[in-house]
Design a protein around this ligand. Structure first.
Ligand SMILES: Cc1ncc(COP(=O)(O)O)c(C=O)c1O
Length: 453
């Protein structure tokens, strides 16, 4: 598909701007950053010191008219590319009918249709039901509510390095202290963390399963656990896939003790990994899964999809939220599902991932700091170490490479418990030439960062 690009015209000028009026007239990234810092608390960090004016497929344009290749996709939100014409059309058409009615007051068709489509698309043979919420964290919160109501139990087991959100309960579930949890305690109770199996870091599936047994001995009885929640591929935690053996053994353990198995597919969903959901790579069915991010093609929507009898555990009024499954977001979601199918985005994710890995593995032959290049579909990562021994993570190097990439016109994010992983999350609709251009910048930035540190 050709890049949908168009250069910016002349930029406005902020001089003589009345400060009490809302305006889109801007001058420079620096000016906007000064205003940002004065108006917005620093707790909302920004990875890039640029201010975006518009975006088109896999390119971003800042307020100065500079173009950037987007390897972040709004943190895995824009799988179908920025401003896809079909999403725009669907949202515009819905806006002309009804923007918001609140599903708990008067239901509307797009919510029902989207739920039906997701029930059919979700992995596993069991009949499904779906509820829509607004943010990813809200979906995870609701999955826990449903699991508690269904099991009559309270405890939750999650994994160190996992990320489930910033609301109070999901913050408790998130397995990374800085910057997410530090200073925000006390954390909610009845949440227990176990290590995620990562070969590269010497943690085996046996070790993870043993840690769960230890939780049952030292913290909470198995019959008190409502759910085990995990990302099928750690996102924020560094793009490590859950080994198939882990999924199988968790399923067995959950069945043995009446615990629900919950997959957080918020980052991995909607063709990113080369299949509709990452759980399609596994031969076990989970009880509940959470979705968000790329479902809305840029509009905020999340959901919990699960086995129908479990989803029906809460009684009427127990679930919901004013904006959950907003009509515009549902219309966008339906368009996204069509685009994934029509444009063959699962296949494109596989091809894109192969291209990324081939490029970065070749770079790794030259740059010894690249200790690992991995990926599932187009969810790819490059892990940086201080030297070829792969013992000491190199977070400073990752940070520097990220900043240098931005200078050269590439937006890319880091992740990982140690912050030493660069993750590639380009829109699945990116063209090969643009992808190659971005990868060349990434490689060059890592090399420059090696010289700078
Ligand atoms: C796996 C996972 N779960 C939950 C969340 C939280 O989603 P949100 O930021 O929309 O609340 C994220 C966000 O990055 C995520 O990657």
């Amino acid at each position: 598909m050709p890049e949908r690009t168009e250069r910016l015209g002349g930029q406005g000028n902020r001089e003589n701007m009345p400060m009490n009026r809302r305006t889109t007239v801007v001058s420079s990234n620096n000016d906007m950053f000064e205003r940002r810092e004065a108006a917005i608390p620093r707790g909302v960090g920004s990875a890039c010191r640029i201010v975006i004016d518009r975006a088109e497929n896999s390119e971003l344009f800042d307020v100065e008219g500079r173009r950037y290749i987007d390897f972040a996709a709004g943190i895995a939100v824009m799988n179908v590319g920025h401003s896809h014409p079909k999403v725009r059309e669907a949202v515009t058409a819905q806006l002309e009918k009804v923007a918001h009615a609140c599903f708990q007051v008067t239901p509307y068709t797009p919510y029902i249709e989207l739920a039906e489509r997701l029930n059919a698309a979700a992995p596993g043979p069991s009949p499904k039901k779906t509820i829509f919420l607004t943010s990813g964290a809200e979906a995870v919160e609701n999955a826990i509510k449903i699991a508690r109501r269904h099991t009559g139990r309270s405890a939750v087991i999650t994994f160190t390095g996992g990320y489930h959100g910033r609301t109070m309960f999901t913050l408790g579930m998130t397995g990374k202290v800085v910057p997410y949890k530090a200073g925000f305690g006390p954390m909610p109770g009845d949440i227990f963390h176990v290590p995620f199996p990562i070969d590269l870091h010497g943690v085996s599936v046996d070790a993870s399963m043993h840690a769960i047994e230890q939780v049952f001995k030292g913290d909470v009885e198995a019959s008190g656990v409502a759910a085990i929640v995990l990302e099928p591929i750690l996102g924020e935690g560094g793009f490590y896939p859950a080994p198939p053996a882990l999924m199988r053994r968790l399923r067995e353990l959950c069945d043995q003790h009446g615990i629900l198995l919950v997959a957080d597919e918020i980052q991995t969903g909607f063709a990113r990994t080369g299949k509709m959901f990452a759980m399609h790579h596994h031969d076990v069915e989970v009880d509940l899964m959470t979705v968000a991010k790329s479902l809305g093609g840029g509009l905020p929507i999340s959901g919990v999809i699960g086995r129908a009898e479990i989803m029906d555990a809460p009684t009427a009024g127990g679930l919901g939220g004013t904006y959950g499954g907003n009509a515009l977001s549902c219309a966008a979601g339906l368009a996204v599902l069509d685009i994934i199918e029509e444009e063959g985005l699962c296949d494109r994710a596989v091809a894109q991932g192969a291209r990324i890995q081939a490029h970065m593995k070749k770079a790794a032959e030259r740059l010894e700091v690249i200790g690992d290049v991995r990926g599932t579909g187009a969810m790819c990562a490059v892990e940086l170490f201080q030297d070829a021994s792969r013992k000491k993570p190199a977070p400073e190097l990752a940070k520097k490479a990220q900043a240098l990439a931005l200078e050269e016109g590439l937006v890319v994010l880091s992740c990982g418990l140690h912050g030493n992983v660069l993750r590639v999350l380009a829109p699945l609709t990116i063209s090969d030439p643009l992808l190659d251009e971005g990868l060349a910048i990434l490689e060059h930035s890592i090399e420059r960062a090696m010289g700078a540190i």
